[in-house]
Design a protein around this ligand. Structure first.
Ligand SMILES: NC(=O)c1ccc[n+]([C@@H]2O[C@H](COP(=O)([O-])OP(=O)(O)OC[C@H]3O[C@@H](n4cnc5c(N)ncnc54)[C@H](OP(=O)(O)O)[C@@H]3O)[C@@H](O)[C@H]2O)c1
Length: 241
């Protein structure tokens, strides 16, 4: 049997994060799950009461690091931290509130937590980090400009930290999870294609992190879209997004 891991998933009260947490708990890992909706966290914990630990906080608030330190203490260490919290909303009228919440959640909250995890693993000598980005990171988008830009920041940041780990000669893997359409809402948005279930996405995420992938397309077929989008001429792109 594999050694059990100590894992924290930031943003695991629903959707992809919840499914990933359940897969890890099922195989015997200790999993710290976070989010703002405490009742959902407690529901998930009730399925694996001894393996799952909960912490309720808002990544836009002041308690990120103290809450994570408390979880690490409860679990007796940390081997893998996944930052999965994300805010996305259309910003047709370019509302500052939408842009600001997007940046505070996906960029500022993420950087604070990932900084902490990277330095924690640096001191320890090894560890794993994964961050949920998106296929939306690849190009600009007029409907949700801050969202796609925040995901581009995440992917770029993950790559930078992976290079930094190499320079510091630390055994730290940083996985950039580039997710395509995943069915996590009760009513999927019309016009979407290749929508995977959150369970399938979670299975591929766990497998990819086990394999210490640097970039992980979820589901795998979205790598094709990523390649096409990267070279898509702007004059066509502007008619679509
Ligand atoms: N579904 C897709 O098609 C898709 C595609 C590409 C990328 N993604 C990314 O995948 C990740 C998970 O999304 P999902 O689809 O599974 O949506 P979801 O079910 O809404 O999950 C989002 C998670 O993030 C947490 N969260 C959001 N804002 C937070 C905050 N301010 N503080 C703390 N936790 C916060 C939520 O917990 P609380 O609400 O309880 O705080 C929840 O656990 C996101 O980063 C998203 O951008 C999703």
């Amino acid at each position: 049997m594999k050694d059990s891991k100590k894992i924290i998933i930031i943003g695991a009260s629903s959707g992809i994060g919840k499914e990933v947490a359940l897969l890890y708990a099922k195989r015997g890992d200790k999993v710290g799950i976070t989010g703002r909706r405490e009742h959902l966290l407690l529901d998930i914990k009730s399925q694996y009461p001894t393996n799952i630990f909960t912490s309720c906080f808002d990544v836009m608030g002041p308690d990120n690091i103290t809450s994570i330190e408390r979880l690490i203490q409860e679990m007796g260490g940390l081997d893998l931290l996944i930052f999965n919290s994300g805010y996305s909303d259309a910003s047709k009228e370019l509302r500052w509130e939408t842009e600001h919440t997007t940046i505070k959640t996906n960029v500022v909250g993420m950087v604070e937590i990932i900084n902490y995890a990277f330095n924690y693993f640096s001191k320890k000598g090894w560890g794993q980090i994964a961050i949920t980005s998106s296929i939306a990171a690849i190009r600009g988008n007029s409907f949700a400009p801050a969202y796609s830009a925040s995901k581009a920041f995440i992917s770029n940041y993950a790559e930078g930290l992976q290079i930094k780990a190499g320079r510091l000669k630390k055994d730290i893997t940083v996985t950039d999870i580039k997710a395509g359409f995943i069915n996590t809402k009760e009513t999927p948005i019309k016009g979407r294609f290749w929508i995977a279930s959150s369970h399938k996405a979670a299975r591929q995420i766990v497998q990819g992190i086990d394999k210490k992938k640097r970039v992980l397309y979820v589901t795998k077929r979205w790598q094709l879209i990523a390649i096409i989008m990267a070279v898509f001429p702007f004059r066509i792109l502007k008619r679509i997004v």
